[in-house]
Design a protein around this ligand. Structure first.
Ligand code: GDP
Length: 186
């Protein structure tokens, strides 16, 4: 059972229990689709409403932990003022190491991770957060391409290849494995 709790920007507004699994990725990578597939409900739709895309959205899973949808990164069209506000919100949230049990960072299996992805994983490491990489949209790749994509992602983001989850939200592949891993971390 999953339910939307709230959207928030400031620490004092973040809900309890303080146990979060955070989902992050470049815009259009399939973050909303992944949330919907993992939790088999149309939960991430609020994240698509204007305004909500700039907030941190909390969903309670089985009364136990929060699945947290943070804004997609890598927008070229944001003003400096917006970027500063965004960074401030993200810094405030990501410094809460105790509540963040896992960060699920989603990348596009079809392409080498971008500079935005590299910056993001370095930022997460700087905050000493536990991160798992999900390579999504593997249905678009052949078997051999799937193998080389994991190698490419592993090299670019400096993570062991064996720790990368390859998923397709469209074909529901790799979803149960990822969910088991998430639940072992919370
Ligand atoms: P978000 O912006 O990261 O939340 O991305 P969305 O979940 O809205 O997905 C962006 C686009 O990618 C949509 O057209 C989805 O249908 C598509 N998409 C998401 N996951 C997959 C996948 O596993 N395979 C394929 N082929 N398309 C996907």
């Amino acid at each position: 059972m999953i339910e939307f709790v709230k959207s928030a920007v400031k620490k004092e507004d973040f809900p309890r229990p303080d146990r979060d699994v955070v989902f992050i990725g470049r815009s259009n990578v399939g973050k909303s689709s992944l949330l919907n597939t993992l939790y088999t409900q149309k939960i991430a739709f609020v994240g698509k409403k204007p305004g909500m895309t700039k907030m941190i959205n909390f969903f309670l899973v089985d009364g136990s932990y929060h699945a947290v949808d943070v804004p997609g990164y890598g927008f070229a069209d944001r003003s400096n003022k917006e970027l500063i506000a965004f960074d401030k919100m993200m810094d405030g949230y990501f410094s809460l190491k105790e509540r963040i049990r896992l960060v699920v960072m989603i990348v596009d299996a079809r392409h080498r991770p971008t500079i935005d992805d590299v910056d993001m994983i370095e930022y997460l490491r700087h905050h000493h957060l536990k991160v798992v990489i999900v390579a999504n949209k593997i249905d678009k790749l052949s078997q051999s391409e799937q193998h080389s994509c994991a190698k490419m992602i592993s090299e670019t983001l400096n993570v062991p290849e064996s720790t990368i989850y390859k998923t397709s939200t469209l074909k529901r592949r790799g979803i149960d494995e990822l969910k088991s891993y998430i639940e072992a971390c919370v």
